[in-house]
Write a protein that binds this ligand. Structure first.
Ligand code: AP5
Ligand code: ZN
Length: 216
């Protein structure tokens, strides 16, 4: 299956993507995680991305689209993938459409996670991620690690993301509304969108998402 996950910052895309990718045996491709891995390895791509991410802005399309395509060309993505955080504007959605058409692939579903803004703010404020791998995600209240400040998956140190400060979160939400939300209509025109509520326990949301994907 080829799936795009859309939703505001803090909606739980990364959290759900880990479970869904495992259930469906497809790789979880998160452009945010790819950028953070490049930043921690000090690559030129990471250096370029860092200033935009810190400011809560989108990293330029020419950097992002190339990186996403490279990842989709890896062997583990040959029969499907779950995209988390890409595409994030109309230009990226059009580039993805063109790439899929050129390579004889097509999307099966676009899953839109809906969450009220006050819940998003609570989720982001309590989020802690792992220094070794930013896809290891916890929440101080909603999904606390077994040991304070330590990743359950790999034992790495947990910390708060640079872009999770309040003023940056507000900027990211504004960018989501102005640049990312329009891709939902772009995909509605292709009859691919299913909107689900991302409120409730993590497992409940995963079950809802799996049901929505089966219906498609
Ligand atoms: P990215 O990393 O994609 O961030 P985001 O879209 O803002 O989303 P988040 O990672 O903040 O949230 P999430 O929805 O994954 O929630 P999570 O599962 O962690 O992008 C970061 C930056 O990179 C961008 O601002 C941009 O600069 C750049 N970038 C990335 N992609 C780009 C692109 N395509 N083009 C240009 N620039 C790009 O959950 C949040 C918290 O809530 C966690 O603590 C979790 O434990 C908790 N939680 C999750 N589910 C539940 C639940 N059901 N109940 C209670 N708590 C929950
Ligand atoms: Zn970890």
């Amino acid at each position: 299956m080829r799936i795009v996950l859309v939703g505001p910052p803090g909606a739980g895309k990364g959290t759900q993507a880990s479970f869904l990718a495992e259930n469906l045996s497809i790789p979880h491709i998160s452009t945010g995680d790819l950028f953070r891995a490049n930043i921690s390895q000090g690559t030129p791509l990471g250096q370029k991305a860092q200033e935009y991410m810190r400011a809560g802005q989108l990293v330029p399309d020419e950097v992002t689209i190339g990186m996403a395509k490279d990842r989709m060309q890896e062997p583990d993505a040959a029969s499907g993938f779950l995209l988390d955080g890409f595409p994030r504007n109309i230009a990226q959605a059009e580039a993805l459409d063109a790439y899929l058409a050129e390579t004889g692939q097509k999307l099966d579903a676009v899953l839109d996670l809906e969450v009220p803004e006050d819940e998003v703010v609570k989720r982001i404020a309590g989020r802690r991620i792992c220094r070794n791998d930013s896809s290891h995600v916890f929440h101080v209240e909603y999904s606390p690690p077994k040991q304070d400040g330590v990743c359950d998956v790999c034992g790495g140190e947990l910390y708060q993301r640079d872009d999770d400060r309040e003023e940056t979160v507000r900027k990211r939400l504004a960018v989501y509304h102005s640049e990312t939300e329009p891709i939902i209509d772009h995909y509605k025109a292709q009859d691919l969108v299913t909107t689900i509520s991302a409120l409730g326990e993590v497992g409940e949301v995963t079950a809802r998402a799996m049901q929505a994907l089966r219906r498609d």
